[in-house]
Design a protein around this ligand. Structure first.
Ligand code: KG4
Ligand code: ZN
Length: 351
């Protein structure tokens, strides 16, 4: 089995070829970071145009690096949502064209399912497991019960955590993407200097919220004024990071209680998404799982952030179950993994 996977739902254009045995034959990712940097965040129209410009070339590169022909492919998979619709359409239409011409099955993959199943590609994790998905586009806690079977325990009711890192970086003039910049600045800062809120900490459930924390960072930055020193900025970055991670830990802790209680067969907490690269978060998660007898799995960074291999792998998992899609499959801006979960109206596609 061999599947070509395409990803274009946010600001990475990506294509990869993966085998049924879990071998990544090629995995090319073009990040548009530089194109969006002047704006301090992803601009949907710029992203969509960049996907149009680069997708065909990246598909060609992925096929050549894998050294396979279109005839060798068992299927072509593409992200069909959720995400920025202009971008999603580019990858999905490209996959449809390939499927139509080569007469292989099309598989429309939920981007979140791509993240959710990556730990099975990298670590062969068995179902069920608990997933913490933390990226620029999403903050979710899900029980992965099986392919296509997800139970959402929590989601953001406003911003995603990566977005909060990006916006904090913007307010502190640290550059884009903000996560790594905030983490670096925080290394030299005092995390206890500013008293920032820990959103939803101590409250019931597993939902997230980051917009109040973001506002508190803005107010603190304004109070520091034009005379703010590098030390002030480092202290604020460190205080923000500590508050954001403490809020996350509280939510994960509730989810772990529920998971351990209701899924006795489950033994793993998997972390995915760009924020999983944060070393402070990772350290705190390690402490938390150690207390519950659960193991922590963080796939390698290049497979935690958006990429084509995760889409190809989700395609393989679906193909094994005979789950293919018709050529008139629609792209979806919003597409919750757990359709029974209550909508979070202010989170948009992030929920
Ligand atoms: O998964 P990803 O590459 O793209 C999507 O959003 O889907 O995640 C990117 C996000 C950005 O918001 C970025 O600031 C954040 O992940 N990020 C981090 C770190 N590295 C990346 N956040 C905190 N600490 C980091 N080291
Ligand atoms: Zn993603």
């Amino acid at each position: 089995m061999m599947v070509l996977g395409l990803e274009s739902s946010c600001d990475e254009t990506a294509a990869a070829v993966v085998t049924g045995a879990g071998e990544i034959l090629s995995n090319v990712v073009l990040s548009q970071t530089e194109a969006h940097a002047p704006f301090g965040g992803v601009v949907p129209e710029i992203a969509a145009r960049a996907h149009v410009t680069h997708m065909d070339r990246l598909v060609d590169q992925a096929m050549k690096r894998a050294d396979v022909r279109y005839d060798d492919l068992s299927a072509v998979a593409a992200t069909a949502g959720p995400g920025l619709i202009g971008g999603v359409l580019v990858g999905l239409m490209t996959a449809k064209a390939i499927a139509a011409v080569t007469e292989i099955p099309l598989i429309g993959v939920n981007h979140l399912e791509g993240h959710a199943l990556t730990a099975r590609l990298t670590d062969k994790v068995a179902f069920p497991y608990l997933l913490l998905l933390v990226s620029g586009g999403h903050s979710q806690l899900l029980v992965v019960e099986g392919v296509g079977a997800y139970r959402r325990l929590g989601t953001t009711i406003d911003d995603a955590v990566g977005e909060a890192f990006d916006k904090t970086a913007k307010m502190l003039d640290l550059g884009f993407p903000g996560g790594p910049a905030v983490e670096k600045a925080a290394e030299k800062g005092n995390p206890d200097r500013f008293d920032l809120p820990r959103p939803l900490k101590g409250r019931e459930g597993c939902n997230f919220s980051f917009s109040g924390l973001k506002t508190a960072v803005r107010r603190t930055r304004e109070k520091l004024g034009a005379s703010a020193t590098a030390e002030d900025i480092a202290d604020l970055a460190a205080s923000f990071q500590k508050a954001a991670v403490e809020s996350l830990m509280d939510r994960v802790s509730h989810a772990l209680d529920l998971f351990v209680d209701e899924y006795p067969a489950g033994t793993s907490l998997v972390v995915a998404g760009g924020v999983a690269a944060n070393q402070y978060l990772k350290g705190q998660l390690e402490n938390l799982v150690a207390l519950r007898g659960v193991r922590l799995i963080v796939p390698p960074r290049h497979l935690c952030t958006d990429n084509g291999a995760m889409i190809a792998w989700a395609g393989i998992e679906r193909l094994r179950l005979g789950l293919t899609d018709p050529l008139d499959l629609a792209a979806r801006a919003r597409w919750p993994l757990d359709p029974t979960a209550a909508p979070a109206p202010f989170a948009g596609y992030k929920a």
